[in-house]
Write a new protein. Structure first.
Length: 510
């Protein structure tokens, strides 16, 4: 018996469109916020539960692994249960899991509940995106993507600041409890508006082998990324083993899914030129973006003397231009060649990173602030046209699969980028440190005068050497950061060329 091809329900209007957009965006914000809000609270969580900070990092790792596995399953689950039903259930389960995380009495309980939270959260981001797109008229799809992009991009910036404030002023449990009222409200409004727009379901067989392979290679890869730096990467037998498992599992998974009649992940989407081009540039661009989002506050706090709050303020303006420009880009993305918008975004990112590559250890707050402010404009020109381009030509019935796959690759690439950037930063810093030490002239008059001054202040020889080493360290990490910023700028220039391989749909005339 043939299965009817689902058709797109009519767009929403007026109050229903407003409430639906707010509900979907709020759920997205809550989910993305939860990926970063716990990061700054790990020392407090570990101390309260009587474990080391290294053990506490599994609170983050467990969520990331479970979320990474669940994301690409979105398309299959949406066809099996219906996108509206699946989204609503995911939000409710995420809310319950958040409440239970706050009640956890041991690190083992918290990690298990974070696994549950990450798993049920998987479908939320891609389904919020696909449901939003279906809520607007096709020519206004850019506006839908603008709304989605703003909530997705502001949350990672707000997360650490909010998490730190809650941990310092209330208690770490409340980083989870705040999800409860938000989740209940979002689920209620979403079900009330969207339940009549549910797509037909299909009783697809379970691809058990594909699912097992997916769990294996993603789990190994995510743990490798999260633990690599701590275990000194491939100097560790554990990391080597995880890398082999991930690589072999991935290859076997590809072969299986490409030959399976009902695959758990629809890899046939990569036959679409716009999809693979858009997805590739989104993944690589987000990898560089997120890696630098992680690097900048680390450098500010560890080597520039910034407090967590001040570092957060230096990062906060990233949302200003994004909020202002995203609706404008969204409104015009159907009229203008999306590749022009995307190229603008890539070149703005390159400019921002080139400006940061000129930083030195005397950079004041305003010098650090200006590139961050400009980066908001780059974000507006990045996500909206690229998502719009990648989804152009994707059949309606495959939208959930496409958004799930895109967001999985984007988030995984972000984790990969953070690991690569922080590792490269430390490696380059070690190299620069050695080079700077080689060029120290012990007969330099200024250095001798400084040493004499410290001697006069009753500093011991080890204390003087430690002070000099701190200065060299500071300069070495600054030079290493400049190297990372420069390399990232070059990557964005290359992506500005790659995007022209896509072939967007003709612009809509108005």
């Amino acid at each position: 018996m043939s299965t009817p091809v689902p058709t797109q329900p009519p767009p929403l209007h007026g109050l229903r469109l407003l409430l639906g957009s707010v509900a979907l965006s709020t759920a997205t914000f809550m989910n993305v916020l939860d990926t970063s809000i716990a990061n700054v609270s790990i020392p407090a969580i570990a101390g309260d539960l009587g474990v080391s900070p290294n053990q506490g990092t599994w609170v983050i790792t467990s969520f990331a692994v479970a979320n990474g596995i669940a994301l690409p399953l979105t398309g299959w689950l949406a066809q099996r249960f219906g996108p509206v039903r699946l989204f609503t259930i995911s939000v409710l389960l995420f809310t319950v899991a958040s409440w239970l995380c706050g009640l956890a009495g041991s690190i083992q309980q918290l990690i298990a509940l974070r696994v549950l939270q990450g798993a049920v959260a998987g479908p939320m981001i891609p389904l919020s995106q696909s449901l939003l797109l279906g809520s607007f008229e096709k020519q206004h799809s850019g506006t839908a993507l603008a709304i989605w992009s703003i909530t997705s991009l502001v949350a990672p910036v707000v997360g650490p600041v909010m998490g730190g404030w809650i941990t310092d002023n209330i208690n770490w449990e409340w980083i989870f409890y705040i999800n409860v009222p938000v989740g209940l409200l979002a689920a209620t409004v979403t079900w009330g508006i969207y339940r009549e727009r549910e797509a037909p379901t299909r009783k697809l067989p379970v691809d058990a082998v594909g699912l097992a392979l997916l769990v294996t290679w993603i789990g190994a890869f995510q743990i490798m990324l999260d633990k690599g730096k701590e275990l000194d990467w491939f100097e560790s037998g554990e990391i080597v083993t995880l890398a082999i498992v991930a690589a072999v599992g991935f290859v076997v998974f590809l072969v299986w899914e490409l030959t399976e009649e009902h695959p758990v992940v629809d890899l046939s989407l990569f036959r679409l030129r716009n999809f693979w081009t858009g997805t590739l540039t989104i993944a690589l661009g987000y990898s560089a973006f997120f890696g630098n989002v992680v690097l900048l506050p680390l450098w500010l706090q560890q080597h520039m003397g910034y407090t967590p709050t001040l570092a957060g303020l230096a990062m906060a303006p990233v949302g200003l231009l994004a909020i202002v420009l995203s609706p404008i880009v969204g409104k015009n993305v159907a009229r203008v060649d999306a590749r022009i918008f995307a190229t603008t975004g890539f070149l703005l990112f390159a400019l921002v990173l080139w400006m940061r590559a000129q930083f030195n250890t005397q950079a004041d707050f305003l010098t650090i602030l200006w590139p961050t402010l400009l980066q908001g404009g780059a974000i507006a020109f990045f996500f909206i046209p690229l998502f719009n381009l990648a989804l152009s030509g994707v059949p309606v019935e495959k939208t959930a699969s496409a958004t799930g796959l895109m967001n999985f690759l984007r988030i995984t690439a972000g984790a990969f980028g953070a690991s690569v950037v922080t590792t490269a930063w430390e490696d380059r810093a070690a190299l620069h440190h050695a080079q700077l030490v080689e060029h120290i002239d012990v007969t330099n008059g200024a250095l001798l005068a400084t040493g004499q001054t410290l001697d006069a202040q009753a500093w011991t020889q080890p204390e003087i050497l430690l002070a000099v080493n701190r200065v060299i360290d500071r300069e070495a990490f600054m030079l290493a950061a400049n190297d990372v910023f420069t390399a990232s700028a070059v990557l964005f220039v290359l992506l500005a060329l790659v995007i022209w391989w896509a072939r967007p749909e003709p612009a809509v005339a108005h």
